[in-house]
Design a protein around this ligand. Structure first.
Ligand code: FES
Length: 365
């Protein structure tokens, strides 16, 4: 990759004296158009796509993989988990990456107000900005950032407001915010994704994860690498992206990501968030303490109350309510669960446990 001369400041809205590194000759793809083209190419070549078919397990056998889904069993020669956080294979990859929640907003911006590029800053929390062509007079500006570790904050509205404030200071002629959303990013400890065999002993199970916000690019790299691994048995990039690679650098960060998991277990000893279930309003969720157990209670936007064990079904950490996405997030490895306990995002595949029949939701101690 070529890096342009970094001596000249980069113009950025009203803050026009920012020193930066510039990577020229970048491409911009529209993610949905790209995905639609990909789906078309798969079906035109005889592939079949199944939505709403949750995989519960994928067991490597002598000549392939046995995949169990909620609606049936599939035998496959090879299986690739390209699912943000992988649900199969070795658990060690989960100790080398951490789930972060990121926020984004979009608004109209007059053409010419900002040079067309994808920008990242290096603040903590950081920001990223790009333009999407909209009309002859306007672009859509997409701004993201204000990330935090999954499950460690539930103040999404404040983060959206901070993003908008940061943008207005720099782009005063930006229109009203028209869209807001958030997503989960798997950040690898050494900043490079994990692409390859899901564990050194696997011959037919592959993973693509640790995309660190570069999922569109990593997806393409992953498709080139894994097709080469399946067809030829090797790829020139295997070593760099190997999920089993030792992480020699950023040891402090490595320990801190794993401390999140330890804290997740220690939370069983802390008190609950609320005293009375009656205090929950629609759209709110909280933890109740029940002896040494934690109960996850939420009231959905229709006012229905849901109560489940707060123990993540992946490896047992305590889950936390996410009021922006209206789901439960696990801070340890990124699992997410719907209010009714169904897993929405791996690595967990099993729903949250139901409470024993007749269990009374009591005040926290
Ligand atoms: Fe691993 Fe929850 S995602 S313990």
């Amino acid at each position: 990759m070529r890096v342009a001369d970094a001596r000249d400041p980069t113009p950025f809205g009203s803050h026009n004296s920012v020193r930066s590194l510039c990577f020229p000759d970048q491409a911009r793809v529209h993610p949905l158009k790209y995905l639609a083209g990909l789906a078309r190419a798969i079906t035109q070549r005889g592939g079949r796509l199944f939505a709403d078919t949750a995989v519960e397990s994928a067991t490597e056998e002598k000549d392939g993989v046995l995949v169990k889904t909620r609606s049936g069993t599939i035998r496959a020669a090879d299986v690739v988990f390209a699912t943000n956080a992988p649900i199969g294979g070795s658990v060690t990859v989960h100790t080398k990456q951490a789930p972060y929640r990121t926020y984004a907003v979009a608004a109209l911006l007059p053409r010419g107000a900002l040079a067309d590029a994808l920008y990242w800053d290096t603040l903590d929390p950081y920001h990223y900005v790009r333009l999407q062509p909209h009309s002859e007079a306007q672009n859509i500006v997409i701004l993201g950032g204000e990330d935090h570790k999954s499950g460690q904050a539930d103040n999404g509205q404040a983060r959206f407001a901070a993003l908008e404030g940061w943008a207005r200071e720099r782009l005063p002629n930006m229109g009203n915010v028209t869209h807001r959303w958030s997503g989960q990013v798997m950040e690898s400890v050494d900043y490079l994704g994990f692409i390859g065999r899901s564990s050194p002993s696997d011959q037919h199970r592959y993973i693509i994860t640790g995309d660190s916000g570069q999922g569109m690019t990593n997806g393409v790299i992953g498709s080139l690498m894994i097709s080469a691994l399946i067809v030829d048995g090797h790829s020139p990039w295997t070593k760099a992206y190997d999920p089993a690679r030792m992480i020699a650098r950023n040891v402090g960060e490595f320990l801190s990501e794993n401390l999140t998991a330890l804290r997740g277990f220690a939370e069983y000893l802390t008190i609950g968030d609320i005293g009375r279930v009656e205090d929950l309003r629609p759209g709110e969720g909280a933890l109740l303490r029940s002896g040494l157990k934690k109960i996850a209670v939420c009231r959905d936007e229709q006012g229905r109350l849901h109560a489940h064990s707060a123990t993540c079904t992946h490896m047992g950490c305590v889950i936390h309510w996410n009021s922006v996405e209206q789901c439960w997030d696990c801070p340890c490895h990124g699992s997410q669960f719907a209010p009714d306990g169904i897993p929405l995002n791996g690595p967990a595949v099993a729903p949250l446990a139901e409470l024993p029949q007749g269990h009374r939701l009591e005040a926290a101690e």
